[in-house]
Design a protein around this ligand. Structure first.
Ligand code: ZN
Length: 396
């Protein structure tokens, strides 16, 4: 969403706002910090979680110009893709460029939040999803999927009368979570039978005699990392000395989270037409759109990666992509790629490739918070390359 022409627009809107803590929770529910790289620095950089946020400004980079804009437009929170403090610091003195920004933000009562590699990898509304959507790609999937957490199914047999109590205990230990639903249990009833041995101390029945018991069969999904806890709860809460149970391994489910996306254009177009489309939908930058490959090559399957996605060339090739659109591609990688079968390459400014995410994330946040906050996309192009010298040959 664009910032209004009148800079006082945001201040005049009577939006109720939401506590910063709630805004952060909404952002992190879409952009899970657990998806971030270990070296990354995502989350809240500054800001009081108890203060009210009425307007949020989205930008690719936390530059001084973006902070100026946040102050001028009365924003309460700046959400950037790139972290301000990616490398560890011991302090934020105001005579340091980054420290000065922190000081200015805090003095103006503005929070700063970064969603970086967690936004790259997030399912459905990630940085590359936004880039793919801007180009009109359909049926997109990650180029390098993040494996969904593995799960097993626990099957346990328990006397019918104790089924609910056992299900409660298993649920408390982490079983039965499916998306937003908890204590998910499949239950059938039948007859269990057994003969207690000479050393047994059966809860039901007696030694050496066949016993038949009305039992429930409970089935619950168990995240693999909770398996030990769930088994402990089963043994603790089951009335039998030796409970009947088994874990069945669930097959891995394809994940929508991960780096890069590959998808299909509605109609095949030439590489030249594709590059022209890229130039049309992304913000113009001095570096423009650079292309390596035959301009007449047909393009239908398109791989994209917002930011530096050169490492995904192998995945794009394996996915059968006709072209890979990303940024920061290096000379040797491009040169080598042209010598081997694989996708054509389109290189744009790093900033431009991530820019489509700003409005996607902004609109999502406004919706998730029920329209209580105003969102805007920074007017500043934070591409650090700001001008270029035209080729003299172009004027001839
Ligand atoms: Zn980036």
């Amino acid at each position: 969403m664009p910032v209004g022409d009148d800079e006082t627009t945001i201040r005049q809107l009577p939006l109720p706002g939401a506590p910063l803590a709630e805004v952060v929770a909404a952002l992190e529910s879409r952009y899970d910090p657990a998806l971030a790289e270990s070296w990354d620095a995502v989350g809240l950089v500054c800001g009081d979680p108890a203060e009210t946020v009425r307007s949020v400004l989205f930008a690719v980079d936390p530059t001084a110009a973006v902070v100026d804009e946040a102050i001028a437009t009365g924003a309460d929170l700046v959400v950037t893709h790139h972290p301000l403090l990616l490398t560890p610091v011991h302090g934020v003195p105001a005579d340091d460029a980054k420290g000065r920004l922190v000081h200015r933000l805090i003095r103006a009562g503005i929070g700063l939040f970064a969603a970086h590699t967690n936004a790259d990898r997030a399912a459905d509304h990630g940085v590359s999803d936004a880039l793919a959507a801007a180009l009109g790609l359909a049926d997109t999937r990650p180029l390098e999927a993040v494996g969904a957490p593995r799960t097993d199914t626990l099957v346990a047999f328990v006397p019918v009368a104790g089924a609910d109590r056992l299900a409660d205990a298993l649920s408390a230990a982490g079983a039965g979570v499916m998306g937003d639903y908890t204590r998910c249990v499949w239950q059938t009833t039948g007859t269990g039978s057994f003969i207690p041995g000479g050393e047994a101390h059966p809860a039901i029945g007696s030694q050496g005699r066949l016993e038949r018991v009305a039992e429930a069969r409970l089935e619950m999904v168990v995240p693999r990392d909770r398996r030990a806890d769930v088994l402990r709860a089963l043994q603790e809460w089951h009335p039998y000395e030796d409970p009947g149970y088994a874990f069945f391994e669930n097959s891995a489910t394809p994940s929508r989270a991960g780096l890069g996306r590959v998808g299909e254009l509605a109609e095949p177009i030439t590489l030249r037409q594709f590059a022209e489309r890229v130039a049309r939908v992304l913000p113009a930058t001095p570096g423009g759109v650079r292309v390596a490959g035959d301009p007449d090559r047909p393009v239908r399957t398109v791989a994209v990666c917002g930011g530096s996605g050169g490492s995904l060339l192998g995945a794009a090739t394996a996915a059968g992509a006709d072209v890979l659109l990303t940024s920061d591609l290096k000379h040797h990688a491009v040169s080598d790629a042209l010598e081997t079968p694989g996708p054509a390459l389109v290189d744009v400014a790093h900033y431009a490739s991530e820019w489509p995410w700003l409005s996607v994330a902004g609109e999502l946040l406004a919706r998730d918070l029920g329209g209580r906050v105003q969102v805007a996309v920074s007017e500043h192009r934070t591409d650090p390359w700001t001008w270029h010298v035209p080729n003299p040959a172009d004027d001839r």
